[in-house]
Design a protein around this ligand. Structure first.
Ligand code: ZN
Ligand code: FE
Length: 254
């Protein structure tokens, strides 16, 4: 039975660890030590490393993991990650026979130039592109690319489990409330996620259907979000890319 376990790294990163009784694969190991500790404690062999994008808080632990385990390292073909051995892009799939899982690779540029996601077994590992109730900053791509990437993720089934790279949920909900104060699904989500954090539990994975109902960055075509974006802009825009760019900029300063 495949399990997905969050191994905490740094202040608010999650190294998602897929495991069965004998093996594990890790997504975005920014740090090696917490992963090595977990594997040792659980008596697991590492089978693969998957990276979503080149930022150090996602790939910084790979070299050290490779000193203990000789495993394939999957990651975006068009980003500078020195430790990659299996560069992949959309259309490719990643199979981890030790765990009996296979993922398809999706190109989701915007946060970085060639950011990818892994989708399989009803789960989405999306790094810093889609966050719970938020999205990553647009560092290397354009707002247009980010909207396309988010649309691509939003088209997956509603019951998809969303495993993103950081525990940013409560702060993201705070901003989402400023954008959509009348969203009742959002109010419910806040209550639910606050409770989880108070118990020291991750708010992740979330469900894609809940993201579509509460995440303002997936709701750039909703009248209430358009209205708030226009208020922020002091202009009238209904184009989803302009609406997205406005709320992204607003969030950067929030
Ligand atoms: Zn990042
Ligand atoms: Fe990150």
């Amino acid at each position: 039975m495949l399990q997905v376990v969050p191994v905490a790294a740094f202040k608010d990163n999650y190294v998602w660890t897929l495991r069965n009784a004998s093996h594990a694969a890790v997504v975005d190991p920014g740090e090696a030590q917490p992963v090595l500790d977990y594997l040792k404690r659980e008596g697991l062999q590492l089978a693969a490393i998957l990276a979503t994008h080149h930022h150090p808080d996602h790939v910084g632990g790979i070299a050290e993991l490779l000193r203990s385990f000789d495993v394939p390292v999957y990651g975006p073909k068009n980003e500078p990650i020195a430790t990659l051995t299996r560069p992949v892009a959309e259309g490719d799939s990643v199979s981890i026979p030790e765990l009996g899982v296979e993922f398809s690779v999706l190109d989701i540029p915007g946060h970085t130039r060639a950011h990818i996601a892994y989708y399989g077994a009803g789960s989405l590992f999306c790094g810093d592109t889609l966050f719970a109730c938020g999205c990553g900053r647009v560092f290397e791509g354009t707002a247009e690319q980010m909207v396309k990437s988010l649309d691509k993720l939003a088209a997956l089934p509603d019951d998809t489990k969303v495993y993103c790279g950081h525990e940013y949920t409560l702060a993201n909900i705070g901003f989402a409330k400023a954008v959509e104060p009348g969203n009742t699904a959002l109010a419910k989500r806040e209550e639910h996620d606050r409770k989880l954090r108070a118990e020291g539990k991750p708010t992740l994975p979330s469900r894609l259907g809940d993201e579509k109902a509460t995440n303002p960055f997936l709701r750039c075509r909703e009248p209430a979000v358009i209205e708030s974006a226009n208020k922020y802009l002091g202009a009238r825009a209904a184009d989803p890319v302009r609406v997205f760019a406005a709320i992204r900029e607003w969030k950067n300063k929030f």
